[in-house]
Design a protein around this ligand. Structure first.
Ligand code: HEM
Length: 489
């Protein structure tokens, strides 16, 4: 009997060793050791605070592509890449083989059946619908009007107040509130006025922030753990459920009041219609638009358009404050009183901030069928893939030896126009058929905000304020961006 146990134990130890040796063959980078049982999770957790820089370093040392092996038997295994040829292949050439997939939909459950989590026909349907609404001149005009009004009514009075009192303010919080109000106005047609000098606590804004925070948590623990927590309604999962309930209530109330308004005055003021009203009108007579569809679409657009622009503006202002020569050139251009569309240098500076700090620093994909990537790596059916947009923006082979420097000039051609860079190398807005639908709108909004602030105010970063990325799906600053403001003469 004892002998039998010994044989089984010996066989188990042999399998354990074989398994470990097999896994170690996948990656021998001392920066990313593969521990028995825990896999590569310990070094990842150790570097979690600087995860994007760490991933960039590891990917660089491994030619841009490598395996991440999670704890044994948890299924947390990924192929990570920042190789632009792989990105081009997955995003465009073999687009159909790389989907968001069911695991993505589970992690991003709060997004419902909206465009971000959709695949195949459902995605095509969302895409066509939103494309028809976004890519119209009247929607651009509406956004311009809303942003400009918000600057005059809320942001300028707030900056004047901060300047007069000589107080410090968190610029990231200011942008978060500004963008929340703008997105509410464009999508729901009402302004919750979360941006005000007393920084009011607006329940729906807070709930939205929390929901986003907890989505990131699901990326960092094995699926079984967060699912158990969700089932038991404990820990971060409990908080996430509560936050989603508050935000959903807010969305459902807005939808109900919109329906009521639409029934009353169907024909009035179509020019200033918000996005939800346009959606309801678009589908009128063709099919019934249920509340869930409207809720999911609104939620997806809130995520798409709120934190991304906050992130881009926050890193942009930090970079500009650290580079006075860039600030001087932007001011020169603003003084020429060009239309925002023709502000080439400002456009280049925004692109450069987006390259170094892409608001969405990584994306997940899942392979449908077996494939071989241009880098030579094999992908099996169901393989989970992590694309580091952050590392692509810092790829020396693409951007040159000075890739870590903030140089808006690299975006400007000899003729003074913006240099065209293929989207699989400037990947901050995604590439291929799933390219961001809000790219042009984002530039309109960011340029109005940036030029309105820089024209009249100088932003100073508070000395010794720590700058560090947050742990979230959007690349925000963990401690915000503390600044003080002076007026320009
Ligand atoms: C600086 C601002 C922005 C950046 C950097 C950005 C970036 C991105 C990225 C990387 C994706 C792909 C995400 C994925 O598939 O996982 C995406 C998709 C998308 N973005 Fe943006 N975005 C920005 C602003 C906006 C705005 C303001 C809107 C509109 C309100 C918007 C609407 C969308 C939509 C609808 C998609 C889904 C496209 C699809 O799956 O077909 N984005 N964006």
């Amino acid at each position: 009997m004892l002998g039998c146990v010994q044989v089984i134990a010996g066989f188990a130890a042999f399998l354990f060793l074989l398994f470990h040796i097999h896994r170690r063959r996948c990656c021998r980078d001392p920066l990313l050791p593969d521990w028995p049982l825990f896999g590569m999770l310990p070094p990842i957790l150790k570097n979690l605070g600087q995860i994007n820089d760490y991933a960039t370093r590891v990917l660089r040392r491994n030619g841009g592509t490598g395996n991440f092996l999670g704890p044994w038997f948890t299924g947390m295994n990924y192929l990570a890449t920042s190789d632009p040829t792989n990105v081009h292949h997955m995003m465009s050439k073999n687009f159909a083989n790389y989907i968001k997939g069911p695991v993505f939909r589970e992690i991003f459950e709060a997004f419902g059946d909206g465009i971000f989590t959709a695949d195949s026909d459902s995605w095509k349907h969302h895409r066509a619908l939103l494309h028809s609404l976004f890519k119209t001149k009247s929607f651009e005009k509406l956004l311009e009007k809303i942003v400009q009004k918000k600057m005059d009514k809320s942001l300028v009075p707030l900056l004047d107040h901060v300047e007069r009192r000589g107080i410090e303010v968190d610029l990231q919080d200011v942008f978060n509130r500004l963008n929340f109000d703008i997105i509410c106005s464009t999508i729901l047609g009402s302004d919750p006025e979360s941006l005000a000098i007393d920084f009011p606590e607006v329940a729906c804004e807070r709930a939205f922030n929390e929901a986003e925070e907890f989505i990131f948590y699901r990326h960092t623990v094995p699926i079984s753990i967060w699912k158990l927590q969700r089932w038991l309604r404990i820990g971060p999962e409990k908080k996430m459920a509560e936050a989603c309930e508050v935000f959903d209530r807010f969305l459902h109330e807005s939808i109900a009041s919109k329906r009521e308004k639409l029934n009353k005055d169907n024909e009035k003021d179509r020019e200033n219609d918000d996005l939800l009203t346009c959606l309801m009108r678009e589908k009128e007579g063709k099919e019934h638009v249920d509340d869930k569809f409207l809720r999911d679409t609104a939620f997806n657009l809130f995520v798409a358009g709120r934190d991304t622009i906050t992130s881009a503006l926050t890193w942009f202002f930090w970079l500009v404050a650290k580079h006075p020569s860039v600030e001087a050139k932007i001011l020169e251009e603003i003084k020429e009183e060009k239309e925002t569309k023709s502000q080439v240098y400002l456009h280049g500076a925004l692109c450069e901030a987006l390259r170094l700090y892409p608001p969405i620093p990584f994306e997940r994909k899942q392979a449908v069928e077996h494939d071989i990537l241009p880098s030579g790596h094999e992908v099996g059916p169901g393989t989970m893939i992590l694309l580091s947009l952050y590392a692509v923006g810092r790829c020396e082979e693409v951007w040159g030896k000075d890739c870590m420097e903030f140089k808006p000039e690299r975006w400007i051609s000899k003729k003074g126009s913006i240099v065209h860079i293929p989207s699989y190398t400037f990947i901050s807005f995604n590439a291929g058929p799933r390219t961001c639908l809000g790219k042009d709108l984002s530039f309109i909004q960011m340029k109005i905000v940036a030029s309105s602030i820089l024209k009249d105010y100088q932003v100073h970063i508070v000395k010794d304020h720590p700058i560090s990325p947050s742990l979230s799906i959007v690349l925000l600053m963990r401690y915000g961006l503390k600044v003080w403001i002076t007026k320009r003469n």
